[in-house]
Design a protein around this ligand. Structure first.
Ligand code: FAD
Length: 290
């Protein structure tokens, strides 16, 4: 099946793209097309205007500040995966990117497109929510910044205004000593995850574990953050980790669908979260023993 007829524009600036969006309620942004084009072809999406943002230079850059790494919305997933800035300062994202689709889809798909699309099983959305990154949208000429931890509100649903264009994601740099863990279960490698878990433990000499970020994906309508900060200050042994994760999972309701039961998702999410935290802990021990 082929898409319905649509008009196509290729703006050169973000404000031009936003102007086009504001001018047509049924307009859609085209980024890497890896989710939108299949939806067009299946007529699940029927826009009257496609706004191709691939030619806006400002959206294709990485910016390093003293405390953060900013990733432009049009940065391809493959470029983020290869980026030394991402590997060094956002190690959890670097780890998760290898699970997103396949090399050909990562060559086209963008980091911003994955977040704007808000698929509950998207690995990039999970890491963005887990780390509480900042998501910037340009709306009517002004920047609106959203905290990723409450940005996703349903399947393919976010709090972003429909006339807005996501311009960048901003991640706090990981401290020099930190550990990360990422695990997912999928029918085949690179398929959408049935269940996923992401963890980062931050460590500072003299004060030990300063914060713990833990999130699970593909178990509900959007990525969930789990609060296990009570583990800070403990020896982080296996029993303490398992107890904290089991306690946090009590609050989580998991979904049932064709692919997996709610009970399966709960059981596997608990196990993957425990493994991700253990990996993160072991990475810190290895760092400290070097
Ligand atoms: C075979 C295959 C396997 C895949 N496997 C996975 C997987 O395992 N994990 C995973 O997470 N994804 C997977 N994907 C999806 C892929 O990661 C997409 O790249 C991603 O979901 C969307 O990003 P995109 O840049 O391609 O956006 P597009 O497809 O161009 O757009 C997606 C949606 O987001 C909107 N949008 C895009 N950019 C912006 C913006 N800057 N501002 C506002 N709205 C915007 C569009 O209007 C559209 O509604 C797979 C795709 C394919 C084809």
């Amino acid at each position: 099946m082929k898409p319905v007829r649509f008009d196509y524009k290729r703006p050169a600036t973000i404000d031009e793209a936003c102007g086009l969006l504001a001018g047509d309620d049924n307009a859609r942004i085209l980024a890497g097309g890896q989710s939108l084009i299949p939806m067009l072809s299946m007529r699940l999406s029927r826009p009257s205007l496609l706004i191709d943002i691939a030619h806006i230079p400002e959206l294709t850059t990485f910016v390093e500040t003293e405390t953060h790494i900013e990733i432009g919305a049009m940065v391809r997933q493959a470029a983020a995966q290869k980026s030394e800035l991402v590997k060094t300062h956002i190690p959890l994202l670097a780890k998760a990117l290898g699970h997103v689709g396949h090399p050909p889809t990562r060559a086209r798909g963008t980091v911003g497109g994955s977040v704007a699309h808000a698929d509950p099983s998207a690995e990039i959305a999970l890491v963005t929510a887990t780390l509480g990154a900042e998501i910037t949208y340009r709306v009517d000429g002004t920047d609106e910044i959203f905290d990723a931890s409450d940005f996703f509100i349903g399947p393919m649903l976010t709090i972003a205004p429909p006339t807005g264009c996501l311009t960048r994601l901003s991640f706090a740099k990981a401290p020099a000593v930190c550990g990360t863990g990422f695990h997912e279960v999928a029918p085949r490698k690179s398929d959408y995850a049935l269940v996923s878990a992401a963890a980062q433990i931050n460590f500072a000499a003299g004060s030990g574990v300063t914060s713990i970020h833990l999130g699970i994906g593909s178990v509900g309508d959007f990525p969930e953050r789990l609060d296990v900060n009570k583990l800070c200050g403990t020896p982080l042994d296996d029993a303490a980790i398992a107890d904290a994760v089991h306690a946090a999972m009590q609050m989580v309701e998991t979904v049932e669908d064709l692919h997996a039961t709610a009970a399966y998702r709960k059981r596997v999410a608990t196990e993957l979260a425990i493994r991700a935290l253990r990996d993160a802990r072991d990475e810190i021990s290895k760092d400290l023993n070097q």
